[in-house]
Design a protein around this ligand. Structure first.
Ligand code: IPD
Length: 291
């Protein structure tokens, strides 16, 4: 069956971005082996940014906007730098429109990058009419390039990938991760959720790779069975969401509701049954959506 496109040039958008991400990979790889003291903090002591994050995001946005001048961007470092945000009651909102929009994390796993742990990813997602349509997640250190377009399947270095078929937490390797936000609002429910899945229900194992996108693509390729996190942002999950879904998995709000990519929380799993069981064990946290 031919894939229904939301824009006649979707394939061109995707192929152009794929080549650009490969080029960006060289920047990340070169910087990885040259420890730099140029590490700054953003919202808190645990929220890091390096000159490589900034250079990679600038390179991606420059390249994509030169080719597609009408496209919009939501980039981790641009947003953190105060652009593309409007103030609303209860917080700030990212401007998210129906236009083709590239959702970019130049280095997901910045703390790993700074500590030279090779679990990092360049993430480029494409949304059209607010629908996630394509995703690229590239770890240039391990040379793993994950990609997907809606209706076309998910791939790792060009080979198709599939999620695991595990249906029970007791047979699963789970990823429950905590990010930069260490407020009680996030930490206390995390501890409860961790206990619920590990102590009472005996998941087979627990991992956490320090990059939301790597966590998700490892679900996509069936290495691990499910992942959940509260406090993440659109740029951490947009690209990998398409990859997990195209690999046959599900990506939802941890409560079981439909995913809101701006909702700051995610649960993904290889099977619906596993997602439902895990959802029932988590202590949920609510956020004001960012866009
Ligand atoms: C972070 C990583 C981390 C996750 C955080 C993210 P960054 O992104 O994905 O694993 O726990 O929630 O913010 O800051 O390295 O791009």
């Amino acid at each position: 069956m031919p894939v229904e496109l939301l824009h006649p040039d979707e394939d061109r958008f995707f192929n152009f971005a794929l080549e650009l991400v490969k080029k960006a990979g060289r920047l990340v790889r070169d910087a990885f082996d040259q420890p730099s003291s140029n590490v700054q903090t953003k919202a808190s002591n645990t929220d890091l940014v390096t000159e490589t994050d900034q250079a990679v995001e600038a390179m991606l946005i420059k390249g994509l906007s030169a080719e597609f001048p009408e496209h919009k961007f939501i980039g981790e470092e641009s947003v953190a730098g105060g652009q593309k945000i409007e103030s609303v009651a209860g917080g700030q909102k990212i401007v998210y429109s129906d236009a083709p929009t590239w959702i970019i994390d130049p280095i997901d796993g910045t703390t790993n990058f700074v500590h030279r742990i090779p679990m990092v990813a360049i993430c480029v997602g494409l949304a059209i009419k607010k629908e996630l349509r394509a995703g690229i997640v590239y770890n240039p250190i391990t040379n793993e390039l994950f990609s997907a377009q809606v209706g076309r399947g998910a791939f790792r270095n060009g080979f198709p990938i599939k999620v695991s078929q595990t249906e029970a937490v007791c047979k699963s390797v789970l990823l429950l991760q905590i990010g930069a936000d260490r407020s009680d609002k996030i930490v206390n429910p995390f501890i409860e959720s961790f206990k619920a899945t590990m102590v009472n229900n005996d998941a087979r194992g627990h991992r956490s790779f320090g990059s939301a996108a790597i966590n998700m693509v490892y679900v996509a390729q069936g290495s691990v069975d499910a992942y959940a996190e509260y406090g993440i942002h659109a740029w951490d999950i947009a690209a990998a969401t398409v990859i997990v879904r195209e690999a046959g998995g599900i990506v939802i709000d941890p409560t079981g509701a439909e995913l809101n990519v701006m909702g700051r929380k995610v649960l993904c799993a290889g099977t619906k049954k596993l997602a439902e069981e895990l959802s029932g064990m988590l202590t949920h946290v609510e956020f004001v959506p960012e866009g």
